[in-house]
Design a protein around this ligand. Sequence first.
Ligand SMILES: [Fe+2]
Ligand SMILES: [Fe+2]
Length: 280
Amino acid sequence: MQTRVIILVENTACAPNLRGEYGFAALIEQAGKKILFDTGSGDALIHNSRTKGIDLSDLDALVISHGHFDHTGGLRSLIDQYNVPVIYAHSRLFNPRPFPLANGTYKEIGCAFSKRDIEAKNIPLVEADNFQEIWPGIFLSGEIPRLTEYEDAGGNFKIEINGQLFDDEILDDLALIIKLSKGLVIISGCAHAGMINIINNAMEKTGVSKIIAFIGGTHLFAASESRIEKTAADLKKMDIDKIVLCHCTGFYAAARLYNELGMKIIKGDAGMVLNFGGAI
Ligand SMILES: [Fe+2]
Ligand SMILES: [Fe+2]
């Protein structure tokens, strides 16, 4: 059975009838299971899935990569129109995230739905703080250790915990890992944990060093030249076939990675369908 990953929300779209929207969402189809990873920031998820003839009425699970609006904003429309049997997310999902602006005020960029929204629909919320296998061959990373010296969360993020404001490393940032017979497919939301940390963690936890594809946001849009250089150098050392750069990668980082890694680098778009080999 083929494994399919369909990018449903991305900052840009690859066809005139599809919508680009700031954020990310992808549907994973494997061994009869349908898992939605993130929901984008608005209504592009529903629009693009309908336009492409992708049926969201029989989802097996929704995974939320982290508590930012551009990954959670499509949830309300989704649960109004479709049945979502279970949501996996980190326990910090609902913490407020006031982002400091240059004028001294804050803008809330946290989760776009509340616990009440999903309780009203009786959708169970399963904590995903730790590495776990949710179906045979499909894993959630849980919290990803920050081990590289050159990667950080990618911005001056803040989080409110028990009414107090702290710097936010975005510990809730998690990845979905599919273990196939030929290697791993890794799906990332924003990669606030760092792209290299995410890949290293997936390899360590699964014991598989071959990466068929990394798909998703990399949060390199504001990265320093030195960070991009070190990221490219580490990617070159890995046995990785395809890197589908999405969402918060940024033009400059994408161009630099393309220069360094050539045809392995692909620009992700809403509507892109990626087919992979069978499960183990
Ligand atoms: Fe994002
Ligand atoms: Fe984010």
